[in-house]
Each structure stands twice: as C-alpha cells, then as structure tokens.
Design a protein around this ligand. Structure first.
Ligand code: FRU
Length: 887
C-alpha cells in the first residue's frame, strides 16, 4: 500500500512539473517608476509606459507619485529598492534633493533611468527627455518675433531647483538677450502648477501692470496667468508656454483657440523610455543621454498637429483594444491549458484508480479461487489417503462376513461396520467426484427407470436415523414417473438433500420427499421444517464450501454444490425456497428425458459410475475366471508375485489375498523392488505408484527396459483416480492399473488374467531356427534374449558339458535368473530346452547321416547312449532305432 501511495506522489509531482513546464521560460523584470508630480503630462507619460509593456511582456511596472514632495519621493525610491525592482525610472523633483536616494539605488547595482528631469549626480545609467534649453530658446525666439524686438516680459518659472526650470530659463534668456528692446520686468516661480500660476500673475500685475507678454515655463501656469489677468479684465497681454499637450484642455487646443500665442511640444514618449529600459535590462546596447525632439506650436500648425494627434489616438485606441483582445485570448488560452492539464491529471488519476480497483478485484478473485482450490486439493488428498485404509477395512470385513462360522450377532455387528465404511467411502467418493466435476471429466450414464420406486428405496436409507431423531419423513410422489437420467447422480442428489434436511431439522420435525411431473420436466423436492435459511444466504447456498452462518453441523460443504452440479450436468436446475424459521424446500428440476447417447440399464449405470471412481470391475469378471485356473510354473511350484508398497498393511493384505496361490515377495519402495525384481525375476509385480525413493512409474519403466525383467507383467496400484496418471502408467509400460481402494477379487482376477494371457515363446532349433534368423523385423527385448540363449545352445550342442551354469555364465546372469526368465518366457526350464535341442539335433543326424546311435548321442552332448535313448523315446514317443532302422 505504501508503495502505491509513493507511486501516486511521484505521479503527482511529475504532473505538476509538466504543468509548470507549459509556461514560458523568459525571465520577468519589475521596473519601478518614480514620478515627481501628478498632472496630465505625467498621466500621458504613464499611459505610454503601460502601452510600452505591450511590446515587452516580460516587464511589470510599479508606479509611485511623490506629489512634488522631495522627501516622499526619496522614501518611494527606497521602497522600490527594498522590493527588489530590477530597474528604476525616476523623474527627480529637484536637482539636489533626491539625488542621495537615487545614488544609493545605483550603488546597489540597480540601473537608473532619469527622465525629463536631472540630478546633480553622475550616478545614473541613462537619461531620456527633451532638451529644455532648446525649448526655452525656441520660445524666446518666437517671443522676439512676436514683439517685434520690443516689449516687456514677465516670466513665471517652474519649481525652483528643478532642472527644466533652470535650463528653460537659460535657453529663453539666450534668445532674448540679443534684443535690447525686450526686457524681463518681473520673474516669479509657480512650481509648475496652474493655481500657483494664477497667484503669481496677480502679484506680477500688482507690481508691473504694463506687461506685453507672459512667458510661463509650462502651459498650465500660462493658462493660470491668463485666467488671473482676465479676471481683472486685462486682455492685451500675450501668453506663451511649454508642453503643447494634445489632450483636451492641453496646450495644443489653447494655441489653436488663441488663448496661448505659442507653446513648445515637450514630448512624453513613454514608448522610447520603455525601449531604453528594455535594452538596459536585456543587456542590449543603449545611449546614455537621449534627447527627444520638440517643436514650436503656433496658431498655424496647432490644428494640423491636433488632427494628427487625433489619428494617432485612434491608432492607439485600436492598438489598446487589440492588445485587450490578445490579452483575453491569452487568458483564455492559459485557462484552457490549465483545464487541459487538469483534465489530463484527472483522467490519468481516474485511469489509475480504475486499474487499481480492477487489479484488486482480479487479485481478490484469484486469491479466493486459489484458496478454494487449495481447500479442494486438500480434501482430494485426504480422500486419496482415506481410500487405502478404507480398502483395508472394507475388504477384510466383506470377506469375514461371508464366513459361515459367524453367529448372527457377530454378523450384525460386522454389517454395521460394513455399512459405515460404505458411508465413509461414499463421502470420499463424493469429494473425488467433485474434483472430477471441477476438472470437467464427469460424464453422464443414462438409464430409463421409474423414479418413485427408487425414491422410496433412497428414503429407506434415512428412515432409521430419522426415527432416532423423532423426525417424520414421508414420500409424496405419484406412482409412476418414468424418467431417463443418470440414476447414480439422481440418487446422489437425493441423498445429499435428504441428509442435509435431516441435519437441519429438529426433533419432532417433518421432512417431505416429493416428486411430480411439470410439463416435460420432473421436479424432485425435499422440504423440511428446520430453521430455514436467511434470505441473503439463499443465493450462496449452492456454492462449494458454503455453510450457513451458525448453522454448520459438520460436513464437507460440497454436498449442495454437488446437487447443483449434478442437476445442471443433466440439463436441470437446483433452487431453494426458504424463510428463516420456517424451514427450507430444495427443488430440483430435471428434464424427464435427459439428453445423451450413453444409455445403459440401471445396474450397469451404477457399475460404470462406481467404476469411474473405484475401477471396480468385480461385477464384470466372470466367476469362471475366478476358478482355479491359475498358471503354475511347475508341478506344485507356485508363481512368484512381487508386491511393492510403502504401506506395510497393503503388502500384508496382498499377502493374505494371494499368499495361498503365489509365492509373495515384498519390497517397501521402487528401489528395493527393482533389486528384488532383477534378483528373483518374479512372474508378476504389483506395485504402488506413489512411493518414496523411487516411485512406481520409474520402477515400471526400469523393469520394462531391463532385458532380464522386461517380460514381467506389472500391475500399478494407486490411490490416484485421475486419468492422466493412468495414461502415464501405461506409457511407462504398465500392463494393468488398479485404483485404491481395490477389491481383493479384482486384484486376484487381474493377476491371474495377466499370467494366463502371457504369450509363451517357442524356441525353435534346427530348420525352424534358420527360418527365424532370416526375419528382419525389429525384435523385442524378449526375443533378443531368447535368440541369444538359443545361439549359446546351438554353438555348444556337441559339448556334453553344456549345462545351465555354463549358459548363464555366457549370458552374464545367474543360474536362477536364467531359469526364471526362460521359464517365464517359454513355460519350459532351460534344462528341458537344452535337452530338446540336443534331441532334435540327434534326430536330424539320425536321418541324414550313417552315424551310430552312440556316436550321435555323444555328438549332441549326451554322456550316455542309454540315457539318450531314454530321453529320445520320452520326447519323440519312439526309439532312435525306429528312426534309423539300419542300426
Ligand atoms: C509636468 C511638468 C510639465 C513640465 C515638466 C517639467 O509635471 O510640470 O508641465 O514641462 O513637468 O519637468
């Protein structure tokens, strides 16, 4: 879980980074604009600065206005520095007063642009503004012209100590000083303000009423002076100013309207100020001192200039609206980008959550499935384990019950044991059946039968225990319901339902076992008066291993699952109707004729079903086979049987079953068994599959691959019922397969059958032999062995020393091994075969040569002619003389 949270965090961080990376990488700058005053000229400049940022979108502006207050301006500059602005644009109120604050900022490395006004310090990065001297000079020249070189002038100056006021005065004086007819008769300072201009005009008129012209250092003060004079009714004075602002009420309009005789365009050019700032910030080349061009405005050019300005304003308006739109689009775009990224994150998270939930569900299901399978495997294993001891109980008991010496009471008791063993066997089989069903290996064996009669029989089984529990159990079915179904499975369904009902019905309760026809279907039901099943549990009641909460009274939890599976296997359905406290009614609906082509009679159906589990073929074995027809290897000598099983009880049981007719050899595992098989060469082997050290399959394979033991029939004995194990057994060369718990009679029959049916080989000598040698077909291990044996004999026929010892030595095996192998393969002992070979050779010599009987007897290896004659007579039924009458 921790891992998952960690992964989600990582995902989150990655997405945030992604989101951030969507923005621009360009560095942003903050520029502080420190204005000395607030008026229409500065408003225009500020607007132009803002518009300038449209071009430099990485620049943010901060404004401060000192309202003509030096102290305040210094404070505002310091504040900008503290805030960490990247550049300062300052229009210093006066030359000396704010220099220290500007120097400080400059010393801290902040670039400083002085605009419009100057300081007395060299600590600035660049200056931009109009040439105030030139402005004063141009206006001076106009005045000279206007007054025709004669007249009295009064000057209303801007703020004393501010650089424009100083320079404009100088420029003006420069122009008029060359004209002695013109004199400045009064001079006042009005701090650049209109109201102060009015006041100063009053004072001028009071002292020097004969004035021809007023030179105000800006238009606002000029208009103030005009208004003061008009108030007094004085209209013969001319006024000139500076600024010529193209705004309503500005200098341009006043010149056009004749209120001012002239003005001088004192440009604001905020766009150029921004350009300079951007160049400095981006380390681009720039000029340190930048003087903007101005121009004289008179009545002649004022209207044109206003017109131009009007157009310019329109353009500006369009630009502003365009920019507004672009801003809008940008904002929308940014929103959309954020929405996109956000919806990406949400989608991503949703997918993650869905995948996580899906995986959790799948894993949970897998775990449940695994747990269920493990449970089933456990039951299956236990069942396999139980079958061996069950065999060891059931079979001996069946044998003992048949004993006539038992008294009635003993027989009754044994019958109880036998019945209970059967119940246990049925339970075990039920689990194995279920496993089979799970593996989809369950098949249908159908028969036609009358249902009600069988239902009565099945009911009888439960009557005794119902009686003990004082439960009334009754059958409710019409007399004749003929069906075609798998009777074994229908019986199992009914048994399970009845035993279930008995388990959950209290004393004094009632169980009704019913059947009826419904259309082409048959309904079988078992209703009880037990405690019933809670509504929410009815849907799970047929699930394997499901047991009603608090209702468990033991059981495997697969009984009802089998009911459902067996019903569905036959094309039917299983359901339950129940109310808590009011009992339950289990209803099975089956087709009256179950579909399928494997149709047998009832008895066979039972047999086949049983066989499918137990390999119980007892009923198929004719009693004839069971009679004493067991092959003996010699007169009185019993065939040998090697039983290999790690369970000593099984070995002992086999001994009990077969000990009277076979010599039983025993081994506890495959390895020991193999040694015994090679040493003793038994006639038949019965071997368990699952054993320590070497299992039955490997044992079987090795026995079949050894020339000495390859002929020995092997019966594999195992608790496994699964087909693949059976197939594997045959693949490894097994001759038969018996499933535990096996029936003793079946084992006896199988052993006998295999021994009876083994094909004995004939060893041919003489002309027969030459025919045999010509055969080119691949030879089995057995015939190779026999060939070798025959050849040794033939090569040594003339040798009277030829005996079994000699041959076994030649063949690299022991005398006993040779004896047992040859005896098993041919049914005859090696000695007899050697003798027969000699006699046949002798017979041919008698026929084809003139040799005497004695000569021939010696030649074929008989040490005495009389013994030869005896043997010859025994074998051919005549004497050698009769064969060769010349003797
Ligand atoms: C604006 C203003 C203008 C003048 C300039 C001189 O504040 O008074 O009218 O031309 O300043 O700095």
């Amino acid at each position: 879980m921790k891992m998952k949270v960690g992964r989600l965090h990582l995902l989150y961080i990655a997405l945030i980074l992604l989101l951030c990376s969507c923005g621009k990488n360009e560095r942003r700058f903050t520029v502080g604009v420190s204005q000395c005053s607030e008026d229409i000229w500065r408003d225009k400049l500020n607007d132009e600065l803002v518009m300038g940022t449209y071009q430099y979108e990485n620049i943010d502006l901060k404004f401060a206005s000192a309202n003509d207050n030096d102290k305040l301006q210094k404070e505002q500059i310091k504040k900008f520095v503290d805030e960490g602005v990247d550049l300062l644009i300052v229009s210093p109120n006066q030359v000396h007063t704010v220099s220290s604050a500007i120097d400080e900022a400059y010393d801290k490395g902040i670039p400083v642009i002085l605009f419009d006004r100057k300081t007395d310090s060299e600590k600035y990065t660049a200056f931009i503004g109009a040439d105030n001297f030139e402005a004063g000079r141009a206006i001076g020249e106009f005045v000279v012209q206007q007054l025709n070189g004669n007249g009295q002038i009064a000057e209303i100056a801007g703020l004393e100590g501010s650089s424009p006021a100083i320079e404009r005065h100088k420029g003006f004086m420069d122009a008029i000083s060359k004209h002695p007819g013109i004199s400045i008769v009064n001079r006042k300072s009005a701090d650049w303000l209109k109201e102060r201009g009015q006041v100063m005009m009053d004072s001028i008129l009071n002292k020097t009423p004969d004035i021809d012209l007023i030179f105000a250092q800006n238009d606002r003060m000029a208009i103030g002076a005009l208004q003061a004079a008009e108030k007094r009714g004085i209209r013969n004075i001319q006024y000139v100013g500076i600024d010529a602002l193209p705004v309503p009420g500005g200098g341009l309009e006043n010149v056009r309207d004749g209120h001012l005789a002239a003005s001088y365009i004192y440009p604001t050019r905020g766009d150029l100020v921004m350009q300079l700032a951007a160049n400095i910030l981006e380390n681009k080349p720039f000029e340190r001192d930048n003087y903007l061009k101005g121009a004289l405005v008179t009545k002649n050019n004022a209207p044109v200039l206003l017109l131009q300005n009007e157009e310019l304003n329109k353009e500006r308006g369009r630009l502003a609206s365009l920019h507004g739109k672009v801003d809008n689009y940008l904002a929308q775009y940014n929103h959309q980008k954020v929405y996109l990224v956000l919806s990406g994150i949400i989608t991503f998270l949703l997918i993650g959550i869905v995948v996580y939930i899906y995986r959790t569900i799948v894993m949970k299901r897998q775990m449940e499935e695994e747990a269920t399978n493990a449970k089933l495997q456990f039951f299956t294993n236990i069942s396999h384990e139980l079958r061996t001891p069950l065999t060891l109980i059931a079979d001996p008991i069946d044998n003992i019950i048949r004993d006539d010496n038992l008294n009635k009471q003993q027989r009754n008791m044994l019958q109880i044991v036998s019945r209970n063993v059967n119940v246990l066997t049925r339970l075990v089989n039920e689990i194995l059946d279920f496993r089979k069903m799970q593996d989809k290996k369950m098949k249908l064996t159908l028969s036609d039968f009358e249902l009600t009669g069988y239902m009565q029989q099945w009911l009888n089984v439960f009557e005794a225990s119902a009686e003990r529990k004082k439960i009334k159990i009754e059958l409710n079915a019409p007399e004749n319901i003929s069906v075609r179904a798998d009777i074994y499975k229908v019986e199992r369904i009914c048994y399970n339902l009845l035993s279930n009902a008995l388990k959950y019905t209290n004393e004094g309760g009632r169980i009704v076992f019913a059947a009826k026809k419904v259309g082409d279907k048959v309904e079988i039901s078992v209703a009880d008066t037990g405690k019933g099943i809670p509504r929410n549990e009815t849907q799970h009641i047929f699930d394997r291993f499901y047991q009603v909460k608090g209702g468990s009274k033991g059981g495997t939890g697969i009984g009802l699952a089998i009911v459902k599976a067996f019903s569905e296997l036959q094309g039917g359905k299983a359901r339950v109707e129940s109310e808590e406290g009011k009992g339950a009614n289990f209803i099975i609906t089956l087709p009256q004729t179950v579909a399928g082509d494997n149709i047998v009679d009832v008895q066979e159906a039972y047999t086949l079903n049983e066989k499918a589990i137990e390999d119980n073929a007892a009923t198929n074995i004719s009693t004839e086979i069971m009679t004493d027809k067991i092959t003996t290897t010699d007169k009185g000598e019993k065939p040998s049987l090697l039983v290999i099983d790690d369970n000593a009880d099984i070995r002992a049981y086999v001994m009990t079953l077969l000990g009277d007719k076979y010599n039983i050899l025993q081994a506890a595992d495959g390895n020991e068994g193999l040694k015994k098989a090679i040493r003793e060469v038994p006639d038949i082997i019965v071997c368990d599959v699952m054993m320590p050290v070497m299992d039955g399959l490997e044992f079987c394979q090795r026995v079949k691959n050894d020339a000495l033991t390859s002929h020995i029939p092997v019966i594999l004995l195992t608790a496994k019922t699964l087909e693949e194990h059976r197939a594997a057994g045959y693949e490894f060369g097994a001759d038969a397969y018996l499933t535990k718990p096996f029936n003793g009679d079946v084992l006896k029959a199988r052993v006998k059958n295999l021994l009876d049916n083994r094909k004995l080989m004939k060893i041919a000598f003489g002309s027969d032999a030459s025919q045999q040698e010509e055969t080119t077909a691949p030879k089995s291990a057995e015939s190779q062995f026999v060939d070798k044996f025959r050849k040794v004999i033939q090569d040594n026929l003339g040798n009277s020393d030829l005996n079994v010892d000699r041959i076994s030595a030649d063949m690299g095996i022991s005398r006993a091994q040779l004896y047992r192998k040859i005896k098993s393969l041919t049914g005859t002992s090696p000695v007899d075969i050697i003798r027969e070979a000699r006699l046949k050779r002798a017979d041919r010599l008698l026929e084809t040569t003139d040799k005497s009987i004695s000569e021939i007897a010696y030649e074929v290896g008989f040490s005495s002619p009389s013994y030869f004659t005896k043997c010859y007579r025994e074998h051919f039924g005549r004497t050698p003389n009769e064969k060769n009458p010349r003797q």
